[in-house]
Every structure is written in structure tokens, then in C-alpha cells.
Design a protein around this ligand. Structure first.
Ligand SMILES: Nc1ncnc2c1ncn2[C@@H]1O[C@H](COP(=O)(O)OP(=O)(O)O)[C@@H](O)[C@H]1O
Ligand SMILES: [Mg+2]
Length: 269
């Protein structure tokens, strides 16, 4: 194993099990007593979760348990009915410029990559920084190329999304999120839509980010990723957080019946 640079940067090696060397800092994303309904349906129930700077939290749980709604609420793509969510000490703004700035601070990577089909790869990564961060075009372009190289798709820069594989498109989506210099990145099942042979190329990029100290909330059932990169696993069912522990304890010794049942299904799957 080689030494990692704690500040991170291009060229860092992908190291396994180096996660504990990244110190978790003060709370960056804090949810307190969050309640969310869709009409009558109670989808987030008394959610309390604090994610520290540099921390990687994996959110796991059955379909319909509220994982996507949790991510979307943190990015204010959904509004909550009560409780509070703060990012770096500031409550979520409700609209306008403040909201745009918050969205820029909270990166999001979705299952469906959501790249603009009629823009090239490099244009997809340049758009946000120019429009929202008001970066100069040449500067944004140089940074986009640096990030595309970092995720291993620099040579695809002038192609259109449909010309890339799913794994490549998802790595572009990660580069696009990074281009905004976010404080935290939310990943909602980033590998679920990928063919199996492309999953690792995306997970490797995510592991590298984790090692470089990026704060990440990751909805995924990829246990390898959780074990390698996560500080904490949060298990959700029916809108509630039922368990929170380190990955090894969660996977080897889940406490709740719901978690045991869920793990037995994904393990035999
Ligand atoms: N826009 C919506 N309107 C109404 N119900 C929704 C909406 N989005 C999600 N739901 C419901 O909220 C619950 C939680 O959904 P979701 O957060 O997508 O769960 P998960 O990501 O864990 O599968 C589910 O019962 C789902 O059907
Ligand atoms: Mg979901």
C-alpha cells in the first residue's frame, strides 16, 4: 500500500480499507425530527440523522422504505412537513437564488444518469459551473476535462451520452456533480441501472472519492462498497431509521428482524 494524500487529488491510488484514516469532522448535514407525507402516506417518520464532514453513510433498506425521498428532501427536490434539515449549519432555503446555491452545494447522482442527451459529455459537465457558479467558460472547460480524466472518460469528451456505455455515463454524472465543488454528494442507487460488468468501474470511482474525504450519502445495496468505503450503515424500513452501525456489525450481526430479513433476501439474491 502507498501513502494517501489526506487532501486528496488526481492520481491518488485506489486503496482498499483505507477509509478509517479519513477523519470525520463536524456535522455537515443534519436532519432533526423530519416528517414527510405524500398525502396520507407517511414516508419519513421522525428521521434524525447527522452526517459529519468527510463521512460516508450508506443507506440501505427495502424498496418503498423512503430512501429516495430522504435524498430528495436533503436536496429540497421534496419539501418536508415538519422538522429541520441543515447543510453546513444553514437551514434549507425555500426558493430563489439561495435554493440554487444550496442545490449547487449538494451534488446528486441518480440511478438514471440524467445527462442532457443533446449536449456533449464535456458540455454536460461545464453547464452547471458556468450557469450556477458563474465560472468563465474556458476555466469550466479545463476543470471539466480534469474531472473527466479523473473518472476515466476524458477520451469521450466530445461524444454524446447515447454513445457511451451506462458505466461511462454514470462516471460522467459523477464528474458533473464534482464540477460544482459540492459539500456533499448524494447517490441514489447509482449502480442499479447498470449491467453487472459496469458496476465496479463506477464503485471504484466512488471509493476513490470517499478516500479523498468527500462527504457522501449513498443509497446502495452494494455491500462491497459499504464494507470498503462506509463509516456507517443506516437501515431504513417503512420510513423509519431502524438501525445505525458500522458496516461490519450491520452485515454480520443485524439487530432488528426487518434488517435480518432484508439481508437474507439480498444475500441469497
Ligand atoms: N411523488 C410521490 N407521490 C406519492 N407517493 C410517493 C412519491 N414518491 C414516492 N412515493 C411513495 O413513498 C414511499 C417511499 O418511496 P421512496 O422514497 O421512493 O422509497 P425507496 O427509495 O426506499 O424505494 C413509497 O411508498 C412510494 O410509493
Ligand atoms: Mg429509491
Amino acid at each position: 500500500m502507498t501513502e494517501t494524500n489526506p487532501a486528496g487529488g488526481p492520481g491518488d491510488e485506489v486503496l482498499l480499507n483505507s477509509r478509517p484514516t479519513v477523519a470525520v469532522g463536524e456535522p455537515l448535514v443534519v436532519l432533526s425530527d423530519v416528517e414527510k407525507y405524500f398525502g396520507e402516506l407517511h414516508v419519513l417518520k421522525n428521521i434524525n440523522l447527522s452526517v459529519g464532514r468527510g463521512e460516508v453513510v450508506v443507506v440501505i433498506g427495502p424498496s418503498g422504505s423512503g430512501k429516495s425521498t430522504l435524498c430528495r428532501s436533503i436536496n429540497r427536490l421534496e419539501t418536508i412537513q415538519s422538522g429541520s434539515i441543515t447543510i453546513d449549519g444553514s437551514p434549507l432555503p425555500s426558493e430563489g437564488k439561495e435554493l440554487a446555491r444550496l442545490r449547487a452545494d449538494v451534488g446528486m447522482v441518480f440511478q438514471q444518469f440524467n445527462l442532457f442527451a443533446h449536449k456533449t459529455i464535456v458540455e454536460n459537465v461545464t453547464l452547471g459551473p458556468v450557469r450556477v457558479r458563474r465560472k468563465a467558460k474556458t476555466e469550466a472547460h479545463d476543470r471539466a476535462m480534469e474531472l473527466l480524466n479523473r473518472v476515466g472518460v476524458g477520451n469521450q469528451a466530445d461524444k454524446y451520452p447515447a454513445q457511451l456505455s451506462g458505466g461511462q455515463q454514470q462516471r460522467v454524472a459523477i464528474a458533473r456533480a464534482l464540477a460544482m465543488d459540492p459539500k456533499v454528494i448524494l447517490f441514489d442507487e447509482p449502480t442499479s441501472a447498470l449491467d453487472p460488468e459496469m458496476i465496479n468501474e463506477v464503485l471504484d470511482v466512488m471509493i476513490k472519492l470517499a478516500e479523498q474525504g468527500m462527504t457522501m450519502i449513498v443509497v446502495t445495496h452494494e455491500m462491497g462498497f459499504a464494507r470498503t468505503a462506509a463509516n456507517r450503515v443506516v437501515f431504513m424500513a417503512d420510513g423509519e431509521i431502524l438501525e445505525e452501525s458500522d458496516p461490519e456489525s450491520f452485515f454480520t450481526d443485524p439487530k432488528s428482524a426487518r434488517a435480518k430479513d432484508f439481508l437474507s433476501k439480498i444475500l441469497t439474491h
